[in-house]
Structure formats: C-alpha cells, structure tokens
Design a protein around this ligand. Sequence first.
Ligand SMILES: Cc1ncc(COP(=O)(O)O)c(C=O)c1O
Length: 420
Amino acid sequence: MMKDLFEKIYKDKGPLGKWASQAEGYFVFPKLEGEISNRMKFRGKEVITWSINDYLGLANHPEVRKVDAEAGAQYGSAYPMGARMMSGHTDLHEQLQNELAEFVSKEAAYLLNFGYQGMVSTIDALVSKDDIIVYDVDAHACIIDGVRLHMGKRFTYKHNDVESLEKNLERATKMAEHTGGGILVISEGVFGMRGEQGRLKEIVELKKNFNFRLFVDDAHGFGTLGETGAGAGEEQGVQDDIDVYFATFAKAMASTGAFIAADQEIIDYLKYNLRSQMFAKSLQMQLVKGALKRLDMLRTMPELKANLWTIVDALQSGLKERGFDIGTTQSCVTPVYLKGSIPEAMALVKDLRENYGIFCSIVVYPVIPKGLILLRMIPTGSHTLEDVEVTLNAFSSIRERLENGTYKRLSAAVAAAMGE
Ligand SMILES: Cc1ncc(COP(=O)(O)O)c(C=O)c1O
C-alpha cells in the first residue's frame, strides 16, 4: 500500500531532529550575538566563545571590516551575475586564484562558492565509473557526499590508519587493473572533530608502491599550520605530493567561499567540469575582495598565526597539566574528553554556559562512543591568556561536579524521560 511521502517525516524527525524539543535554541541552533570575537552574548549573558572557527581573529579585524564594507559599497551583493563560465568572470576572481595558488605552492587554483559543495563537485569531477575512491572512514560529510555521487567502487580505510589504507590500496589496485580505471585517495589535512592531522607524509610514501592521486581537504589546516600558513601539507613537508589541495574560507579566512589548487592542467579540466561552479552563480565580488585582503594579511602578518598558537599552546598545555584527556590532537582543534551520559553532558554544558560563562560545543554518541562526552574547543587569535585561565578553572570545577554526581542528579528527570 502506497504511503504519503511525508508520513515518515511526521513519525521520525531523524537522528538529531528527535532531540529538538530538548535541545533547540540551546544545544543546537543557539544564537550567539554581538561582534564575532572571544566574548559574545548568549541569551543576554557574556560568554567566552570556544566554538567559532575564526582561527586568526580576522572576522572582526578593523582592516578586514573596512575592506568588506568598501567592497559592499562599491559592488553591492549581486556583482558579478551568472556562473563564471557564462557572465560571472572577473579579473579579481583570476587574481585571487593566482594568489591562492602561489600561497599553497601549486600551479593554479579555482574558486568555489562553498567548501561543502565544492568538495562534493570536485570529487564528482575527478572520477569516472571505472575509477576507485579510497577514503578515511572519519571523513567530513562533504567528502562522504562527494563519494556518494561516484558510480564506481569505493573503499574506506580505518581512521588515519596507514596499514588499513595500504590493504585497501591493494584491493583497489586489483580492481582498477580489472576496470582499467585509476585510484583517488582522499584524506583531511586536519580532522576537525578530534584535531589529528591526516597522516599525509605516510600516505604520500605509499605512492612509491601504489599508483594513486591524493586529494586533501585542509579546511582546518589552511592558515593555521605550516611555516607560512599553507597548511598541513606544508607542515608535513609534502605539499608537492598532494595532487589536489582544498581549503575553505570559512575558517582561518573568516569568510565564505573556498578553493582547490593543483597542476594547471588539472585546474583547467576542473574549471570546465565542476558542476557546482558551472551551474551556480559566481562567488560575489565582496567575498573575492575580502578574500584578497585576508590572504594578504595571512602572508604579511605572521603574528596572526603566532598569536593563535600562543593561545592554543596555553590552552592545550593547561588542560594537560590539569590532567584532562585531550586525545591526540596535532592542531588547534582542542577536544576534551569526559565520561558521562548524554543527559549529564547537557547538564554540564548548561552549567558551563550559565554559571561559568563558557560557550563550547558538545559532541556525544553516536559521533563518539557511548558514555563519552567531547567538549570541542577552537582557540583563536582573538582569545586572551586570561580567557584561557578562566576556562581552565571552570573546567576543573565542572570535572569535579561531574565526578561527584552533581550532573547526574541535575539530569535525572531528563534521563528518565529520554530512557537513558
Ligand atoms: C573538513 C571540512 N571540509 C569542508 C567544510 C565545508 O566548508 P564550507 O563551510 O566552506 O562549506 C568544512 C566546514 O566548514 C570542513 O570542516
């Protein structure tokens, strides 16, 4: 018997949606108000914000705000109209691409309107049905969704596990010999949830024994890692061996947009085959001019990255000294693992926000194993050492309250209602 399409929607709101009545407006879809910075307002109260990816503190930098405002006044938000290929191309788009390519040591670059869509589309354009994709099982949704478009075979390898990658490359190679296709390996430069760097150096080593091309999503590495800020590839000394490099403007660049960079011939191909760019309006000029300014600051103001790392080091070493488990991060992303149930996690985060003025994101099962709470913190150059100190003290207090059962008591009613 046929059903109404919406029947399932009325019945089941989905794995996250089912928590909406307990979580919306607070744990999900919270409204942070005020200028983007280390301190913002949440429900009328000042909080120290540890969940904003404005790594270099550029979002509200006066020079950046000035260029954004002037570009807005000069171009409005429409220009240029149309897709790049049709009517949306300009000298400044080209200039930004050239400067980005140079910054990440690649021959050429191409702009993407959004990182997510651009990744999906780039994966789609790079492979045909005879090709095989091998990718990290913990890859970001944009990689997973790009792989979903692939008509051919794909394998996942265990998270950041080079042995598992090697095994899967063996399988993929056999298969590719059969189909007559090639192999695309996809990793992140920095895994955004736990902060580990992709093991790019070891992955690149495998090129000696296997024939594949490497595509790296360096959303969190760009601007934060490497001598010049060119990212995880630079940090690990293997930038040249990354065949296609991706970064978004949504983090260190504090804007919107993204780009891919590779050999000229590959970019020339992608430019004519990237459906996310061929069938969508060009990146608007205000964003292009804003990105040129931000990139210039990345290049010429090494103190931005140095300030960021002062905060990262203080936060991470402070947490470690106090005995917190911050996992295996090798980047600015700072996870803090605690033991507790989902209702306890909710009570803990509420306490942090309401009584300690600390705003950070929580991650719980099914993203991480049951019984663990992950508080994910993003230090930025706009934080101060005082923010770090206040936060460390707050963390020591909430750990004590977690361990002495305060949150269990506070959340007993919620736990019963949730059947936990
Ligand atoms: C690893 C990774 N890739 C891609 C994206 C998507 O980028 P954008 O926000 O530009 O769509 C993000 C998040 O922003 C990310 O964390």
